[in-house]
Design a protein. Structure first.
Length: 309
């Protein structure tokens, strides 16, 4: 699957993933009113609004990008109807030819870790059948339980030829409370990066491993260091846009081949119509604002990479 992601990035010239992390506050009133009229102000109504909102964004951007990254918590908060909207979103993205990175950040051990892996990336045994549940191509994983938590995911990925993005250095301000702690003079995230590279050597797809890493755009110097530690690792880069990351910060996350990283933007794209820069589109044309935000992001990253050559 990492080969397919690489090929789609080459084809679209867009190392970009749209984070489908909807909040009700992002959803235009006309969509909320339609859903609430049909289902009431209920969990079902909220889930329907999320689905309609997502569909609009996907329809406006699928031809520009290789992948999407729905954050499952934004759906789970609405219970079973929300999870159904997550599944509906995943399925629709597949219909549109997009790869799906399930931002699930699972982290457990043994059979529990294996169950998470099977649910999101594999096929679960039901009698004589083996059935796909959520069916994403990639999932995010928290590695802080060690190999016991990650190996079950790797096992499923090998069987299904799926991939992972493992948290190494996250974009949030307090990430340094643990991730930057020095061990024998080196920050913890460097040790995690080395371990990701070791795990990745077990599951190579060609030039890059199926086992990727998450490194935030808000720490560009860290990205430079980790790129060297993990030369064959694809890096998923959150923190672009709304969290302050910009194209010029990202050049060291990429390899000399112009590959090796894919940059996520969530509310900077899906709620673009709320930004002054895209206010001209208005709420009714929110999806067109999202499309323009994607085009601007692609241009920003491309200009940065070209300038760095």
């Amino acid at each position: 699957m990492i080969n397919k992601l690489t090929e789609k990035i080459k084809k679209t010239h867009a190392p970009v993933v749209v984070g489908l992390d909807p909040m009700l506050s992002y959803i235009p009133d006309h969509i909320l009113q339609t859903s609430f009229t049909e289902y009431g102000e209920t969990l079902e109504g909220a889930a329907d609004a999320i689905w309609r909102f997502n569909k609009g964004i996907v329809d406006s951007t699928y031809d520009l990008i290789p992948a999407v990254k729905p954050q499952i918590a934004m759906y789970e908060q609405f219970g079973v109807p929300g999870v159904a909207a997550f599944q509906k979103t995943v399925d629709y993205c597949h219909e549109k030819g997009l790869l799906v990175i399930g931002d699930v950040k699972r982290g457990d051990i043994g059979s529990t870790s294996a169950a998470y892996a099977v649910g999101h990336l594999g096929n679960v045994a039901v009698g004589n059948n083996r059935l796909s549940a959520f069916g994403e191509e990639f999932a995010t994983v928290n590695p802080y339980l060690g190999t016991d938590g990650v190996q079950p995911f790797i096992d499923v990925c090998k069987e299904e030829r799926k991939g992972l993005f493992i948290l190494v250095k996250t974009s949030n301000p307090s990430s340094g409370e643990f991730q930057d702690r020095l061990i024998d003079g080196r920050p913890l995230y460097e040790y995690v990066g080395e371990k990701v590279a070791q795990w990745g050597a077990q599951h190579m797809g060609g030039a890059y491993s199926y086992i990727g890493a998450v490194v935030g755009a808000t720490y560009p110097q860290v990205g430079r260091v980790l790129r060297k530690i993990m030369p064959k690792t694809y890096i998923l880069v959150p923190g672009y846009g709304a969290q302050g990351g910009k194209g010029a910060d990202l050049v060291h996350y990429f390899n000399e081949d112009g590959l090796g990283a894919i940059v996520n933007s969530s509310r900077g794209i899906i709620a673009a119509y709320k930004q002054e820069q895209y206010a001209r589109f208005g709420a009714l044309h929110y999806a067109e604002a999202s499309r323009q935000a994607v085009l601007d992001m692609i241009q920003d990253i491309d200009h940065a990479l070209q300038a760095a050559k």
